[in-house]
Ligand binder design. Structure first.
Ligand SMILES: [Ca+2]
Ligand SMILES: [Ca+2]
Ligand SMILES: [Ca+2]
Length: 300
């Protein structure tokens, strides 16, 4: 009856009983794996079976005897063998090479490069490469820092620039926008000066910048510059001009000097003209006297 139980239990089993051991001469990541397997064997066991029988006169006595008998005994045998397989943590690729590492926890954003080791794509970290790196917070030589503004994103980051700057093709540097060079942005009335991050307008001489910072209005030199002219100041758009009172003439653009009416023929004296500062007076030769108009001479 034990035999039946043994048969039921002792189906041939194959068990790996040892960790693989790398064996020199094998290809990369290949190991010589030692296996044990248990098999059922049987043998015939012989024994002497005792029995009794009637004997003697009239069969009144009991005699005993022995006869040869046998039964089949089943037993387990553990046997060993080896075969070449991929070492633990590796499996074969489609070319039959043991170059595919096994990671029991999947590499979410990376590649399993060694048994249970994920190599993460840029921007991810963690044993399973499932955690975003906040590049804006890390100081690393491998992460280029943004010139102005850093915005973290899942698996990456991006740079942005302050107003008045444009992101360079390298995606990190911010370059000043030359607003003056573009009609779309240059709204200055007269002159435009580019500045870092902005620009400013200014005006030609004779104009002043309006409070709106864009347009140029006339500068009233006569009103704001004090004694810009010797005598008379006349404001003009973008400029001014000086004039002189009667009896004076302009020298250069601003200075007024006395006009010598007597030598320039701009007098109307009958006989003698005497120049004065800003004026002249008339007089007459001997024997004449000056009329009421101060110019005409009459004989006495
Ligand atoms: Ca990131
Ligand atoms: Ca600028
Ligand atoms: Ca003016």
């Amino acid at each position: 009856m034990n035999s039946l139980l043994q048969i039921a239990v002792c189906v041939t089993l194959v068990l790996c009983i040892a960790e693989p051991v790398a064996v020199s001469g094998y290809r990369v990541n290949e190991c010589n794996k030692r296996f044990s397997y248990v098999s059922t064997k049987s043998r015939t066991v012989y024994y002497t079976e005792r029995y009794t029988y009637k004997c003697g006169t009239w069969g009144w006595s009991r005699c005993s005897g022995g006869r040869r008998a046998s039964y089949t005994q089943y037993y387990l045998v553990t046997q060993y063998s080896t075969r070449v397989e991929c070492c633990s943590g590796w499996r074969r690729d489609r070319y039959g090479r043991c170059l595919m590492a096994i990671c029991y926890a999947s590499c979410v954003h990376g590649t399993c490069v060694r048994p249970n080791y994920c190599s993460c794509r840029p921007g991810y970290t963690g044993s399973r490469c499932n955690k975003d790196i906040n590049e804006c917070m890390v100081q690393s030589n491998s992460v280029l820092q943004c010139d102005h503004i850093c915005i973290n994103t899942i698996g990456s980051y991006r740079c942005e620039c302050n107003s008045g700057y444009l992101l360079d093709a390298n995606r990190h540097t911010c370059n000043d926008v030359d607003e003056c060079s573009m009609t779309r942005t240059n709204n200055c009335h007269q002159r435009c000066h580019n500045t870092a991050g902005s620009f400013r307008c200014d005006c030609y001489n004779g104009y002043t910048l309006d409070p709106n910072g864009l347009e140029c209005g006339d500068y009233n030199e006569c009103k704001y510059d004090g004694m810009v002219c010797d005598q008379l100041c006349m404001n003009e758009r973008g400029s001014f001009s000086c004039g002189c009172e009667q009896g004076y003439e302009l020298r250069g653009t601003r200075q007024c000097i006395d006009l010598n009416e007597c030598t320039t023929g701009r007098h109307d004296c009958d006989q003698i003209c005497t120049n004065g500062n800003g004026t002249f007076i008339c007089s007459c030769f001997e024997g004449y006297e000056l009329g009421m108009n101060g110019k005409t001479c009459f004989g006495k």
